[in-house]
Design a protein around this ligand. Structure first.
Ligand code: SAH
Length: 272
């Protein structure tokens, strides 16, 4: 099914997801179904009250609680979606797309695929992806997350194969513009990336530990790669309420490191 685009103003339909927001600003991700009910401490909301209404509608539960209804953003979805593996969070998803220079038509080799949070973000930005994932259950989860949230057009640009990227990238897949990695030993994929990337292509690796980042940098230092960089993204929310305007007391202090470099081809081997 082709999913409604953000801002397209269509009425809400059975089969699509909505976010319900209660009076305490708690958010609930709900898949609308004919005859469905959303249950909470305040009774339930029949989905029939939501289906056919528009984003911004308020619906009332059987015991009088009001919920605002909106469509989920990709950010809402990736933090709430069904997952097997740990996902990359929005804080890092957008910078990865910028570092990898993702855009319409860009051909990406991605490994591992996990639950598909990064895949969904790159597909939304227009990429075509071949993904290598060793676990079939994760591959299936990622495919179904892509199809159910993004829709058929994006799913047609998403080819997940059950394969081990440490063992190589099939040359029959042709040249890639980008290699984007989120797996335990990305340095094992660096030599394969060098054969899979076209000159000018970009590699980005997400690693929870700086030791992994350093080992990836060592592999990238063996020649043919330029502009190596490792960075982390810190995201500090602010509490803004009247005169009380200050940073949030809590923040996510660490997720992962982003390491990137550009492949300039085997002719440059040893010169960098
Ligand atoms: N970036 C993903 C999460 C990936 S978790 C997301 O945002 O949802 C890491 C994944 O790498 C796991 O699913 C794991 O099964 C896979 N993996 C680990 N080693 C691999 C290998 N050698 N080849 C392919 N996939 C691998």
């Amino acid at each position: 099914m082709s999913r409604p685009r953000p801002g397209d103003g269509r009425p809400l339909e059975a089969g699509e997801r909505v976010v319900l927001i209660d009076g305490k600003r708690r958010r609930y991700l709900v898949t609308l179904a004919d005859g469905g009910e959303f249950h909470s401490h305040a009774g339930f909301v029949p989905h029939a009250l939501i289906i056919g209404s528009s984003e911004g509608a308020t619906v009332r539960s059987t015991r009088g609680a009001d919920y605002l209804v909106i469509r989920p953003t990709l950010e809402d979805f990736v933090v709430e979606m069904p997952r097997g593996a740990q996902v990359i969070y929005p804080k890092d998803l957008a910078p990865i797309c910028m570092l990898a220079d993702i855009g319409p038509g860009v051909r990406v080799f991605e490994s591992g695929v996990g639950s598909g949070a990064l895949s969904m973000t790159m597909l939304r930005w227009g990429a075509s992806i071949v993904g290598y994932e060793i676990r079939e259950d994760f591959a299936n989860r990622a495919r179904s997350n892509v199809r159910s949230f993004l829709g058929d057009d994006e799913a047609a640009r998403y080819d997940v194969q059950i394969a081990d990227s440490y063992a190589g990238i099939d040359p029959a897949l042709g040249a890639f513009d980008r290699v984007v990695l989120d797996l335990p030993e990305p340095w094992q994929v660096v030599p394969h990336a060098a054969t899979a990337l076209r000159p000018g292509g970009i590699l980005v690796a997400y690693t929870p530990s700086i030791v992994q980042a350093a080992q990836t940098r060592e592999a990238l230092a063996r020649g043919g790669w330029i502009d190596p960089r490792t960075l982390e993204v810190l995201h500090r929310g602010w509490y803004v309420e009247g005169a009380a305007v200050r940073p949030d007391h809590r923040m996510v202090a660490h997720t992962g490191f982003l390491t990137t470099a550009r492949w300039v081809g085997s002719a440059a081997q040893g010169s960098m």
